[in-house]
Each structure stands twice: as structure tokens, then as C-alpha cells.
Design a protein. Structure first.
Length: 115
């Protein structure tokens, strides 16, 4: 049974930084997956913001390009999302999953950017 646990969210002022973590257990083939961070703002659809392959090739949505950095350590089955220069519009619950959403969703971690 695959389990995904996200952590690291919180309340931060505009311009601040947070580092999110996502640890996965119960998958024996972690290396095959492109792992992504998604976010869902209140009343909005869930959207993918960044992804990373086993070879550390990365993708970023235009809205976070240059501010967010995704990284992974496959030996630890962990992916991080370093978020800098946070904006109010980054407020959302952040989740990680495979790029094709093959894992069960975790509980997510709330990121609130507010002055």
C-alpha cells in the first residue's frame, strides 16, 4: 500500500520562503516515477506546479518558474519543493504524487502566504 506524506507548509509573509517535503512508502519501483508537486487553492482545480524525473530533469509551471526548485533523493523516496519569493497567489494545499497521479493522495500541506 503506497502512502504519501507531505510536510513543511505554514504561514509566511509575501516574499518569504518555505521548503516542502514529500516522503513515499510502500512502493518498490520509486525510481520509475516522475514525481510532481501539485497545489489546490480554495475553490480551484488541482494543478501541477513542478515535476522531476529519476535523472533530475525538471519541469516548472510558468507561475513558479524561477521561484520554486524541486529536488529528489530516490534512496530516501523523498522529494522537496523549495519555494522562494512566495506570493499571495501561491496560497494552496500542496500535494505530491506521480506526474500521472498514480499514487493515492496524501493529506497535503497547507501553504498560506499573507501579510
Amino acid at each position: 500500500q503506497v502512502q504519501v506524506v507531505e510536510s513543511g507548509g505554514g504561514l509566511v509573509q509575501p516574499g518569504g520562503s518555505l521548503r516542502l517535503s514529500c516522503t513515499t512508502s510502500g512502493t518498490a519501483d520509486y525510481n520509475r516515477w516522475i514525481v510532481a508537486w501539485f497545489r489546490q487553492a480554495l475553490g480551484a482545480q488541482r494543478e501541477m506546479v513542478a515535476s522531476i524525473t529519476f535523472l533530475h530533469n525538471t519541469y516548472y509551471d510558468d507561475s513558479v518558474q524561477g521561484r520554486f526548485t524541486i529536488s529528489r533523493d530516490s534512496t530516501k523516496k523523498t522529494v522537496w519543493l523549495q519555494m522562494n519569493d512566495l506570493k499571495v497567489e501561491d496560497t494552496a494545499v500542496y500535494y505530491c504524487n506521480t506526474q500521472t497521479m498514480r499514487w493515492p493522495w496524501g493529506q497535503g500541506t497547507q501553504v498560506t502566504v499573507s501579510s
